[in-house]
Design a protein around this ligand. Structure first.
Ligand code: ADP
Ligand code: MG
Length: 599
């Protein structure tokens, strides 16, 4: 074949592969066009997962009659003129490709009228060629109907996903745009059934209730971060909603991110959000979040991906930090002031603790893991702290140290059950506290504080013990001697694969060094896998876990008091450092209801 320039329609079909790979991408492009046209109402109708029919109606600006044909040319756009404009894109579209691409692989008709035209235009295309054009009476706005998608590209037709997959994907796309544009009313109909509707009230919360359901939304808290940027960094406004720690998912798919109204995928920012739940969520569990970023357009390059689903930030670190900070604050605030919940207006009156303290999801594996450790059979010493409720201004931590703010109501210890749980009563009902998880939380916060203040956390071992290890383990210890030292482990190489233990964290002073080192080795080993949290953190949580009272240990009244008193003033009393709940709470009302005393 001699070299020849491809016909426009062929070029358009090839390009269509990038923009229009499936029905859901058609829906996405057409919604973006409607939004760019300033629509306040967008109606999406789908037949057979979009393969048969996609119709999108909007009440936006319409297309002037003399530009209608042009809109179907490749690289024809009203949104961009010069290369410079590319650095300041405020519209969702800008490449002028979508209409041409979609038209080239479908049978498409469009009725459009701009407000200053008397009549509208109906235009029909078959595989990208215009087959009909006429004036018609029409309301202001645009209706585009795409039928028989990929009818002329059998290869692509063959690779289409199942109808249900496509339906789900389309629903996801419509809800995402509804979230990003709460003041636009969206309706989605699939095969004549309405599956989603947003009110256009302008409130993200209203959209989320429609998208997630009221029950899930009740377990979301508001995120809001608008910190002044440090020198040279962009101003990033972060807002949205994120789930309380008891509401979580096995994957990250429910973490939704928008930048300047554009839905994006970004593994780093997704990581920033999950990181913000550190010690609140178990590894392998992810929050539900809808996070919006508002950032000056010049700070973000949207022109890096064919479907515009990925963007590049000029200062990624600053954006990452802003997101993480804002989400973390929302989660920590929630833990600290349980009564002050986001989504508050939807809560029933009198709810004192956050709902997540009442959601006992069984997490069997973790539980087993913990109980497995009790085999050590050692009785852990709990340093007693005097009961200071009479005078809350009194000083518990030595001279000058202020009493930490209370994060739980005052609880009265009733007793212990199963040698594992402390039963306590508070102003709003019954509390069942997991003694091990609670003690872990207490020790974790103490340890972190000492570490932060650089107070010594170690205790010299009385007689310098030696420990001999397998060579791979010895290697691992050797590599991490410095990190270990920061946390109070002083180990000194002493002959092949052997170390002298000079000191261990004070918390572990009465434990057998062999066991302690074995635990640390397990963490170092696990910490080598990427994505498993920092080694430092693993060491801290391991130390606390090993030092905490175990399930199976019978506690005296004083010991129980001491745990409860200290827990009441933990920063995050509701979860252990691994994210498991420390307590279950049953309100007086719940109890009365269970006994049939309430209607
Ligand atoms: P882009 O959105 O990148 O500009 P498109 O191919 O999607 O490219 O659209 C081409 C042009 O057609 C747009 O720039 C816009 O002027 C016009 N257009 C498309 N859809 C609509 C609509 N729903 N309402 C008004 N104008 C539209
Ligand atoms: Mg477009």
């Amino acid at each position: 074949m001699p070299i020849q320039i491809l016909a426009d329609t062929v070029v358009a079909q090839i390009a269509a592969g990038e923009v229009v790979e499936r029905p859901a991408s058609v829906v996405k492009e057409l919604i973006e066009n409607a939004l760019d046209a300033g629509a306040s109402s967008i109606h999406v109708e789908i037949g057979s997962g979009g393969r048969q029919r996609i119709r999108i109606s909007d009440d936006g600006s319409g297309i002037p009659a003399d530009e209608v044909e042009l809109a179907f040319h490749r690289h024809a756009t009203s949104k961009l003129q010069t290369v410079d404009d590319l650095t300041n894109i405020a519209t969702l579209g800008f490449r002028g490709e979508a209409l041409a691409s979609i038209a080239s692989v479908s049978q498409l008709s469009m009725v459009t009228r701009s407000p200053n035209s008397q009549a509208g235009v109906l235009i029909q295309l078959d595989g990208g060629s215009i087959v009909r054009r006429q004036s018609v009476g029409a309301p202001g706005g645009t209706v585009i109907t795409v039928e028989n998608l990929f009818y002329n590209t059998p290869a692509r037709l063959k690779f289409l996903k199942k109808e249900n997959t496509e339906k789900r994907q389309i629903a996801l796309i419509v809800t995402r745009y509804a979230m990003a544009y709460p003041s636009v009313r969206f309706v989605l109909q699939q095969d004549d059934r309405e599956v989603f509707r947003s009110s256009g009230s302008g409130q993200l919360a209203d959209v989320l209730v429609s998208a997630l359901g009221l029950e899930s939304f009740r377990n979301m808290v508001e995120v809001s971060g608008n910190d002044a940027p440090r020198d040279g960094a962009p101003h990033v406004h972060v807002f949205g909603y994120t789930s309380v720690p008891s509401l979580h998912r096995a994957d990250r798919n429910q973490i939704t991110l928008f930048v300047n109204g554009r839905w994006i995928q970004d593994t780093r920012l997704t990581y920033a959000i999950t990181q913000a739940y550190h010690t609140f969520l178990m590894t392998g569990r992810y929050p539900i979040a809808v996070i919006m970023l508002q950032i000056p357009p010049a700070e973000v390059d949207v022109n890096v991906h064919p479907t515009k689903a990925e963007v590049r930030f000029r200062d990624t670190d600053a954006v990452f930090a802003s997101v993480q900070r804002a989400v973390r604050r929302a989660v920590v605030d929630l833990a600290q002031t349980p009564a002050m919940r986001g989504a508050r207006s939807l809560l029933s009156e009198g709810e004192y603790l956050p709902r997540w303290s009442t959601l006992p999801e069984t997490r069997q594996n973790q539980l087993d893991l913990h109980l497995g450790l009790q085999s050590a059979g050692r009785r852990t010493h709990i340093p007693l702290q005097a009961d200071r409720e009479e005078d809350p201004t009194e000083i518990p931590e030595g001279p000058g140290a202020p009493l930490k703010p209370r994060t739980l109501p005052i609880l009265r210890v009733i007793g212990q059950i199963s040698a594992a749980y402390i039963v306590a009563e508070g102003p709003s009902g019954l509390y069942l506290v997991d003694q091990h998880a609670a003690h872990e939380r207490i020790l974790y916060e103490q340890f972190m504080e000492q570490h932060r203040k650089q107070q010594p956390v170690s205790q010299l071992t009385l007689e310098a013990q030696t420990i001999q290890l397998a060579s791979s383990d010895a290697h691992l210890i050797e590599e991490n001697l410095d990190v270990l030292r920061q946390f109070g482990f002083e180990l000194e190489p002493f002959g092949p694969n052997t170390f002298v233990i000079r000191s261990v964290p004070a918390l572990l002073a009465d434990q057998s060094p062999d066991e302690v080192i074995a635990g640390i080795l397990a963490e170092l080993e696990a910490g080598k896998q990427p994505g498993h949290g920092g080694i430092e953190d693993r060491i801290i949580t391991r130390v606390c876990k090993q030092a905490a009272v175990k399930a199976g240990q019978i506690l005296s009244q004083d010991e129980m008091q001491s745990i409860i008193r200290q827990l009441e003033r933990c920063q995050s009393p509701h979860t252990c450092p691994h994210g498991r709940p420390t307590m279950l709470h049953m309100t007086g009302e719940q109890i009365a209801r269970e006994f049939g005393r309430l209607g």
